[in-house]
Design a protein around this ligand. Structure first.
Ligand code: PAF
Length: 280
């Protein structure tokens, strides 16, 4: 596996692979890889001749009061995992390699970025779209792999690709969970022991909500209040949002009819966690 830190190194490999007619799968990550990322790399490995994993904590998707400085990092462990999963190249640029002093171009998807996490993280998705655009261009990938855990991100990236005619297929992959149901996330590492235990409330409440929807409940408010009540029963939990939106436009729905996303963001102590389910 090649370890690269510059855009030029990646482009040199990509040029060779393209010349040989090989397909490329990209797994964009911010590092501190866990089984969720591993599932994306494994899928990319199965479906492409070459696999690139980007490992970059993207500063422009963090708000001024967010955890950029403390975001967990372990590049050596990431390299070992990627190598063991058969990745061909890991791309780990410095911020200055991605954003020069004269960087002025941003990509954004309106409307879809405004609700859910966009309410409390107003610059987040423009930062994501911008870095993902750069990674698509640098890697010239045929396919890119994103987890459904970040469902809003997945919907936004899909829309960006459609709207801006990127020549890449976006593959959404299922949420990978701990045995007790907590969705895997690099940020789970911030949880203290008692918080870690209580964090299972997100999955428990969403499971209840999903049961209601699958049993035919059509009133979004009824599902939202059942899920909210269950989360609020946990004293360490503070709700940021509990929402049901249509899975295409990410707009709030009153009546559950077509495909929907139910998504929650909840603080457990000071740690903000997200989770969701989709009913197609
Ligand atoms: O999901 C993430 O880890 C990040 O938002 C991504 C897609 C790698 C962009 O920085």
């Amino acid at each position: 596996m090649k370890i690269t830190h510059t855009i030029n190194e990646v482009k040199t490999c990509v040029r060779e692979w393209k010349k040989a007619g090989l397909s490329i799968g990209l797994v964009p990550t911010m590092g501190y890889l866990h089984e969720g990322h591993a599932s994306l790399i494994e899928r990319a490995r199965k479906e492409n001749d070459k696999v690139i994993v980007s490992d970059f904590v993207n500063p422009i998707q963090f708000g001024p009061k967010e955890d950029l400085a403390t975001y967990p990092r372990d590049f050596d462990a990431d390299c070992k995992l990627c190598e063991s999963l058969g990745a061909d190249l890991i791309f780990n640029p410095e911020p200055a390699e991605m954003y020069s002093d004269t960087f002025h171009s941003y990509v954004g998807v309106n409307t879809l970025s405004e609700g859910l996490c966009g309410k409390s993280r107003p610059i987040h998705f423009n930062g994501v779209c911008t870095v993902v655009s750069k990674l698509f261009n640098i890697s010239e990938a045929d396919r890119a792999y994103f987890g459904q855990k970040d469902a809003q991100q997945l919907a936004i990236v899909r829309r960006m690709v459609r709207d801006l005619n990127y020549n890449i297929e976006i593959i959404g992959c299922p949420i990978i969970r701990e045995e007790d149901g907590l969705a895997k996330s690099s940020r789970n590492t911030y949880l203290k022991a008692d918080e870690r235990e209580k964090a299972t409330i997100l999955h428990k409440a969403l499971t209840k909500g999903e049961e209601m929807v699958r049993d035919g409940e059509k009133d979004a408010k009824a599902v939202i209040s059942a899920v909210s009540d269950m989360i609020s029963s946990e004293p360490l939990a503070k709700i940021d949002y509990v929402d049901i939106v249509d899975w295409n436009e990410l707009q709030e729905v009153e009546k559950i009819e077509g495909p929907i996303l139910m998504a929650v963001a909840v603080y457990i102590g000071s740690v903000r966690l997200i989770d969701n389910f989709i009913v197609e």
